[in-house]
Design a protein around this ligand. Structure first.
Ligand code: HEM
Length: 569
């Protein structure tokens, strides 16, 4: 009997009693019996419904699992050694090394079992990679969980594409428009502030490349997102330290399916996250106050008066940006998750790239000289280095691209397609629910895509020699392979790095990094300002053995030599 039927019956019987003049006082037992029957029937119906729902769910899961197993078996890969899959095999070497050997043996698509229910599919061929990154639109839930646990609700760093699509478009528009303009205005101040801060700490100018890069990335992103009050904020150092501590532990605590409330370390981690959140609210309020003060200083007419080098309109755009991202009107609470998420991701990735560019420059002084000549040429045209100038500094940009190619932000790009199977441009079907990865480092160092010097630093691979006699067209079509040493003279044009499908430091496809342009031009601007005033040299005796460093959640071999800044006369 359905619950609604039971309740109509009960109502009917009660009405019958009423109309026959019978009261509950007379037959308490009868009334009680009725209610008990009703309750038993309701509970039974509820239990049946739950049982049917759970069975349907289990049947669906089992059928999904069968489909995963049967379709997974069709994908080439090493035979499964045990019930627990291949995980034990690659515990002795890094996943990248393991995948490198597996791809050599089994081709461009390889499957591995991480356990009885987890299928990992690695794709290495650049054309298939592009195809996969367009078709697989969801990110792994694990990444979104790490962000949520550390920074609370975010509308940017989430797994489902449906949820993030609109915000992505808005964010890309802001980053490539207003935020890039702000970066343009602020970068010479960032360089001065970082150098001042470091000089006040250190008597000598010998610096660890990694920590210098971290200060640069942190200050430039903070000042761009929050406004230039960030550069003089007394809690900036604490904020940076907290962000880095959280970065070290974020993946560990997110790896628990259920947050481990019983562990003391977990609560310590949570308290770091709460402190970071409070500091974020502080800086957002401080910036808001700062903008208000400037509004008052400028007077009611809102003239184009400038403050510390900014025009008023630049600054006033800064506050609402973070709120618009979240769609919240509350100036602090709503935007916090996104602000912290962007600081976290942007700082870690930009630190890696800045550090790598610095290392390449000190190891290749001839490239540094070329970039300096480019800066001098530009300075002849314009008194102050602007974004437009940097956009035409081919050599500088090629150096940034090449550094990004050689040390991507992480060893793997990851995706999944939760609901649908994926049919790539091969006959292989990748079942829904499989974890898809791209071993970026392998793709970006593959001789087939980058030539025999794929592992070497060679910014010329992003430049094409132009024919000065004709209409400045490239002499050779762009291949991604560098010019030979003997031919490195003459005017060059910069190639679009994304024209090579194997260039993936910012990912690709539907979920590619929305900050790519902002990051590349922002970092190029920083270096243009830095190299204009300083020569960067390798500290004598400093070794450049790349050290294994925990970069956020990832263990990477990151070079970090000691460097010296020599002020140019
Ligand atoms: C050198 C600097 C940076 C590097 C190397 C980098 C790299 C990446 C990579 C590899 C991804 C994953 C792409 C994929 O899976 O296909 C990503 C995603 C993302 N990046 Fe960046 N990034 C950088 C800077 C930034 C900055 C400064 C911002 C914004 C402030 C930003 C915003 C994002 C966002 C929002 C996503 C997630 C996109 C999504 O899930 O839909 N990135 N980035």
């Amino acid at each position: 009997m359905m619950p609604c039927e039971a309740s109509t019956n009960l109502l009917w019987r009660l009405m019958q009693k009423r109309s026959s003049g019978c009261s509950f006082g007379d037959g308490d037992d009868d009334g009680f019996q009725l209610i008990r029957d009703y309750a038993v029937r309701e509970i039974n119906a509820l239990l049946w419904l739950s049982l049917i729902a759970i069975t349907a769910l289990l049947v669906r899961r089992v059928s999904n699992l069968m489909s995963l197993w049967s379709k997974g078996r069709e994908i080439p890969g090493p035979p499964c050694p045990s019930f627990y899959g291949h995980s034990k095999l690659f515990s002795s070497e890094t996943l990248s090394d393991f995948l490198s050997k597996a791809h050599e043996k089994y081709g461009s698509i390889v499957r591995l079992w991480l356990g009885p229910t987890q299928l990992l599919v690695s794709v290495k061929d650049p054309v298939l990679v592009k195809d996969m990154l367009v078709k697989a639109v969801d990110k792994l839930p694990f990444t979104a969980r790490a962000f949520r646990l550390a920074f609370g609700r975010s509308s940017i760093f989430v797994s489902s594409f449906e949820e993030v699509q609109k915000r992505r478009e808005f964010l890309a528009l802001q980053l490539n428009g207003k935020m890039l303009e702000r970066a343009n205005a602020i970068h010479s101040k960032v360089v001065d502030s970082v150098i001042d801060r470091i000089e006040s700490i250190k008597a000598t100018r010998v610096l660890d490349c990694r920590s210098f890069s971290q200060h640069m990335a942190f200050s430039s992103l903070g000042a761009t997102l929050f406004g230039d009050a960030f550069l003089t904020w007394s809690d900036a150092t604490l904020y940076e330290e907290l962000l880095m501590k959280i970065a070290q532990d974020a993946c560990f605590w997110a790896s628990y399916g259920i947050p481990p409330f019983w562990k003391l370390g977990f609560w310590r981690y949570r308290s770091l996250c709460t402190r970071l959140k409070h500091l974020t609210i502080d800086i957002m309020q401080l910036c808001r106050q700062y903008h208000e003060d400037i509004k008052i200083d400028e007077g009611p007419r809102g003239s184009a008066a400038t403050y510390s080098g900014f025009s008023f309109s630049d600054i006033s755009e800064g506050g609402p940006f973070l709120e618009q991202i979240d769609g919240h009107l509350n100036p602090c609470m709503g935007s916090c998750g996104n602000a912290m998420g962007m600081m976290f991701h942007g700082c870690l990735t930009s630190t890696g790239l800045i550090s790598n560019v610095l290392t390449r420059l000190v190891m290749h002084p001839e490239i540094q000289d070329k970039i300096y000549s480019e800066i001098l040429m530009t300075r002849k045209r314009s008194a102050k280095l602007q974004l437009d100038d940097v956009q035409s500094m081919n050599f500088l940009l090629a150096t940034v691209y090449e550094s990004a190619r050689l040390l991507p932000a992480g060893p793997l790009l990851q995706r999944c397609s939760e609901k649908h199977d994926l049919n790539l441009k091969t006959n292989i079907t990748i079942p829904a629910g499989a974890i898809l990865v791209v071993p970026v480092q392998l793709v970006q160092m593959d001789g087939k895509s980058w030539g025999s010097d794929a592992c070497q630093f060679n910014p010329y691979r992003f430049l094409s020699k132009v024919d000065t006699d004709s209409d400045s067209r490239p002499i050779m079509p762009y291949t991604g392979r560098g010019e030979k040493l003997g031919h490195r003279e003459g005017p060059f044009m910069l190639n679009d790095p994304n024209a090579n499908a194997a260039f993936l430091p910012f990912g690709s496809g539907t979920r590619a990094c929305v900050g790519q342009k902002f990051a590349i031009y922002g970092i190029a601007l920083l270096f243009a300002h830095l190299l204009q005033h300083y020569e960067i040299r390798l500290c004598p005796g400093s070794e450049n053995d790349p050290k294994p460093t925990l970069n956020g959640c990832l263990l990477q071999l990151i070079p970090s030599p000691n460097i010296i800044f020599v002020r140019r006369s």
